[in-house]
Design a protein around this ligand. Structure first.
Ligand SMILES: CC(C)(COP(=O)(O)OP(=O)(O)OC[C@H]1O[C@@H](n2cnc3c(N)ncnc32)[C@H](O)[C@@H]1OP(=O)(O)O)[C@@H](O)C(=O)NCCC(=O)NCCS
Length: 425
């Protein structure tokens, strides 16, 4: 028998059917609450609100599980790559060899930007915020794609590949623009990440070589960021998409949400913290003393959802050890990071509070080591998250949901009359 929850509100009562997810998550359906009782729920930050049903990503923060379409992130990190995970998220299954080939061809064919983009880039100041440029350029991409408004599945698949591919080129060109460097055309024969690094760092007309450990590490960073269910930027993409705004517009809004320091900017904070320690001549021990006195935070530690080890951090830690050993960079900030990590992992302040390194701790370290400037970190996060945003936008479109329209509890003045200017104080 279907389960219901009965809520008594004064004289009235309302029966709310219980919805159960495949991993046992329970929610009661309050869609008739207001109509039948006059009440709404009050849940600022929406921490108790299931705003959608979704079959894409499952997280259990207490157990440290992250799965995409049922597959544990550990297996994906070991056996798959970013582009295959993008396909899995968006189309709901791992691609066959033919499907993968077609998807890769679509990515390759869509990598270049129309020459008009360069004029738009040239109109930005060189110190423009990279995330502002990224959001603007994703909307610019929609100006060059007339198919996105009401496309069928084929048009959607093309637009999804175009967006994933062009976001990478736009990301690389933002770096070139802010560093006043000439643009490097994409090479359609190169894999996704190698192409990105070449567009970022090569000199036009010269051969560009990159260690496999570096491309693997960046592929892994993108893969581990590909989706994380209903976080702030993903919820923004869904909210905007619910108005039937097109894929580009919805994802450009996701970029703006990710821009905030409480969301995509945490790995920047990690590097800034390391810089403060280094420039202030502090030891890792001295900084941790300040953390324990609650004067500062240990950025890159702790997580709102994971109260166990962040499974993505575990995977990235191994990768960071590998990549740092291979490229052998000598950087005092990386030495400080390793010291902080080693000390905190055996310090009772952190152990007792279940504060483990999160994905931002290691992604910041790896990106710094491979030469990505700190102001580009969040752009790279957005490149990685793009498949997740697209998958969530598509899932919502396929369900044909109603436009999102939250309610509020009004706390302003009750009815008051307009005062002419001479009577105002
Ligand atoms: C992510 C974060 C916001 C989660 O916050 P939260 O869920 O409210 O944290 P908790 O409630 O689990 O905190 C429990 C305790 O640990 C402390 N704590 C949490 N994160 C801490 C950190 N990074 N450094 C020092 N102390 C921390 C809290 O002050 C609290 O201490 P108390 O019990 O003495 O009051 C928080 O851990 C944080 O600010 N981390 C640093 C920023 C960061 O890396 N963000 C990226 C997340 S992916």
């Amino acid at each position: 028998m279907a389960r219901v929850v009965t809520l008594n509100v004064g004289e009235k009562s309302v029966e709310m059917p219980v919805t159960e997810g495949t991993e046992g998550e329970l929610g009661f359906d309050i869609t008739k609450l207001r109509a039948e009782t006059g009440y709404v729920t009050y849940d600022p930050a929406l921490g108790n609100t299931g705003a959608c049903k979704s079959a894409i990503t499952f997280i259990d923060g207490d157990k440290g599980y992250l799965r995409h379409r049922g597959i544990p992130i550990e297996q994906l990190a070991e056996k798959s790559d970013f582009i295959e995970v993008a396909y899995l998220l968006i189309f709901g299954k791992l691609p066959t060899a033919d499907e993968r080939k077609k998807f890769s061809q679509r990515l390759g064919a869509n990598a270049a930007l129309d020459p008009a983009f360069k004029k738009v880039f040239e109109s930005f100041p060189h110190d423009a915020a990279p995330m502002a440029a990224l959001s603007a350029m994703i909307n610019t991409a929609s100006c060059f794609d007339s198919t996105v408004a009401d496309g069928d599945d084929e048009q959607f698949a093309e637009a999804a590949a175009r967006l994933i591919s062009k976001t990478r080129t736009i990301g690389a060109y933002i770096y070139r623009m802010t560093n006043k460097l000439p643009y490097v055309e994409p090479d359609p024969k190169l894999p996704y990440v190698a192409n990105f690094l070449r567009m970022m760092f090569s000199t036009p007309g010269t051969q560009y070589e990159v260690h496999k450990e570096v491309t693997d590490a960046l592929d892994l960073i993108f893969l581990l960021h590909a989706d994380h269910e209903q976080n702030c930027s993903t919820s923004t993409v869904r909210m905007v998409g619910s108005s039937k705004a097109n894929l580009y517009a919805s994802c450009a809004a996701g970029v703006c949400a990710l821009w905030g320091p409480l969301h995509g900017g945490a790995n920047v904070e990690v590097l800034e913290m390391l810089d403060v320690i280094h420039k202030g001549g502090m030891t890792a021990e001295q900084y941790l003393e300040q953390v324990k006195e609650k004067k500062v935070l240990l950025y890159g530690f702790g997580h709102r959802v994971y109260k166990n080890f962040d499974p993505r951090a575990k995977i990235l830690k191994e990768s960071s050890d590998k990549v740092l050993a291979k490229i052998g960079v000598k950087d005092p900030l990386l030495d400080i990071a390793r010291k902080l990590e080693a000390l905190a992992l055996k310090d009772s302040y952190f152990v007792d509070r279940k504060l483990y390194p999160n994905v931002d701790f290691y992604s910041g370290i790896i990106m710094k080591a491979i030469g990505i400037p700190v102001n580009m970190f969040t752009v790279l996060f957005a490149i990685g998250r793009m498949p997740g945003w697209i998958a969530q936008w598509k899932e919502q479109r396929d369900e044909n949901v109603r436009i999102a329209r939250p309610r509020q509890i009004y706390t302003g003045p009750t009815k008051s009359d307009y005062l002419p200017v001479e009577k105002r104080k």
